[in-house]
Write a protein that binds this ligand. Structure first.
Ligand code: BG6
Length: 482
């Protein structure tokens, strides 16, 4: 029997992502038949009250699971609830009485709660003997606000848990196409010889969102895009795109190579920060033709807020493979379209025999789209049909929706199942987290001392003009600018 305890069981993440993911795993027969799911939060609820909330979350957010009424009823039978106050040891006694006492049975404690109460919760779990044996703890981001606080959280977690019991979740690692990056890079012979400074001009990783801060204004304003997206999702993508081939596919072999990339990212001086980073905040505009308010008018956001909702960075990796190749990173809310994309721009041909006036000579590029579609496109030059020679850009297009109709597993479902099965490959190790923060800290510090550096951009655009200039001054451009 596996016990899954969800701290923050009544919260937004639980409702939108975790419960639907668990249900989808259940419907697809991926959960142990004797699985128990216990919600835990501060509110005093009965098992029945919580089951009703679980049912609503499934009805609202788990349409893709395609479960039947009978399956929903069977799932709800596995669900219970216990009230938990992190400061109240007696609550943990009650929890203990509901958890299988056999330490050989898998137990997963998922902390979908603020980082300020991670440690008190883990301490209580440990004091009550709940993390002994086959027990694991999943921790949600944000894990700290800077390198120092992340270190403190990590060392406090390590007081009670072994590193291999700690599952630091980054949901981008569970995305189908992120997994595919490993296959693309390490299962195809023709790409590897090209995957370096000799052939690659620059790498662009862009995650644009159309949504604003939704109901999370208060949280977001204290976080900003650098901490919310760059420190974790974007740097994880950088590490997978840039890593050396691992010796095998074991979790530590992969994470050993990823962390080397994070350590090789060149740290910025204050002067670099002003030249190589752009930050912005959206003002009122329109997204997909619908008017939207500016960030400072969002609920929970102070009217004088200086938090960034957009970041663009020109990063460099100091190692043999990547020396001199810029990695352009970009993310923002309320942008023109929702898209997460990795573009590898290859170097131009050394000399054109076709002369001028032969159509665009943008060099070859490989575009890996994570969302909304899942695809890999290799853009090549070819002759346009007709008389004479006129070149055009054509794509070899691998669309995964067309290539296979096998079920798509959402990232939270995959990561939950991995955690339940004890597979750490797609979770972040403490040294990766530390190295990522070490790179972020100087940027954050420089920004704090430069209130003027925050640009504004119109909601529904591609961000501040300075983000285009960041590339243009090096003869490059973002994908949509061609
Ligand atoms: C989360 C951020 O980690 O990722 C959110 O906190 C962001 O602000 C979200 O909207 C984006 O995830 P996805 O999977 O929708 O690209």
């Amino acid at each position: 029997m596996t016990t899954f305890v969800l701290f923050g069981g009544t919260g937004d993440l639980a409702k939108r992502k975790i419960i639907p993911a668990l249900y989808s795993a259940f419907v697809n027969g991926r959960l142990d038949p004797e699985f128990t799911f216990i919600g835990a939060a501060r509110e005093a609820l009965s098992d029945e009250d919580f089951r009703k909330r679980v049912a609503t979350s499934i009805e609202t957010y788990a349409a893709k699971a395609n479960g039947t009424k009978e399956q929903l009823a069977a799932f709800l039978n596995l669900v219970g609830y216990t009230k938990i106050d992190a400061k109240n040891p007696e609550d943990f006694e009650v929890l203990k009485s509901r958890v299988n006492a056999d330490t050989s049975k898998a137990k997963l404690f998922y902390l979908a709660i603020g980082p300020d109460i991670f440690i008190p919760v883990v301490e209580q779990l440990s004091k009550h003997g709940l993390v002994e044996g086959n027990a694991r703890v999943v921790v949600e981001k944000p894990l700290g606000r800077d390198a120092k606080s992340a270190k403190e959280i990590n060392s406090a977690l390590r007081t009670y848990l072994n590193e291999n019991q700690i599952y630091r979740i980054d949901h981008y690692l569970g995305k189908e196409m992120v997994q595919n990056l490993f296959a693309l890079r390490f299962a195809n012979s023709f790409l590897e010889p090209l995957w370096n400074r000799k052939w690659i001009q620059d790498v662009q990783i862009s995650i644009s969102e159309q949504v604003g801060v939704e109901t999370r204004g208060d949280f977001y304003d204290k976080t900003g895009a650098l901490r919310d997206m760059v420190q974790n999702h974007l740097l994880q993508l950088v590490s997978i795109v840039a890593m050396e081939p691992p010796v095998n596919a074991n979790p530590d072999a992969i994470r050993d190579e990823k962390v080397k990339v994070l350590r090789a990212l060149r740290k910025f001086t204050a002067d670099d920060v002003s030249k190589k980073t752009v930050r912005g905040q959206y003002r009122a505009g329109a997204v997909d033709g619908k008017p939207v308010i500016g960030y400072q008018n969002e609920p929970g956001v102070p009217a004088s807020s200086r938090a960034e909702t957009f970041v663009a960075i020109r990063a460099e990796i100091d190692n043999w493979r990547w020396a001199g190749v810029p990695f352009y990173l970009r993310t923002g809310k309320r942008m023109a379209s929702r898209c997460a994309e990795i573009t590898i721009n290859f170097k131009p041909i050394p000399y054109s025999i076709f002369g001028k006036g032969q159509g665009p000579l943008r060099s070859n590029r490989l575009v890996i789209t994570l969302q909304p579609e899942e695809s890999v496109q290799l853009f090549m030059k070819a002759k346009e049909p007709g008389e004479g020679i006129r070149l055009s850009d054509v794509a070899l297009n691998l669309d995964f929706a067309e290539a296979s109709n096998l079920r798509r597993v959402e990232s939270y479902e995959r990561l939950l199942l991995d955690a339940l099965h004890g597979d750490l490959t797609l979770f972040v190790r403490d040294d990766e987290l530390g190295a990522a923060w070490e790179w972020i800290d100087p940027i954050m510090n420089a920004w704090e001392n430069d209130a003027e550096g925050l640009k504004s951009y119109i909601a529904g655009s591609w961000g501040p003009a300075a983000a285009s200039y960041l590339l243009a001054q090096h003869g490059a451009a973002w994908g949509e600018e061609y």
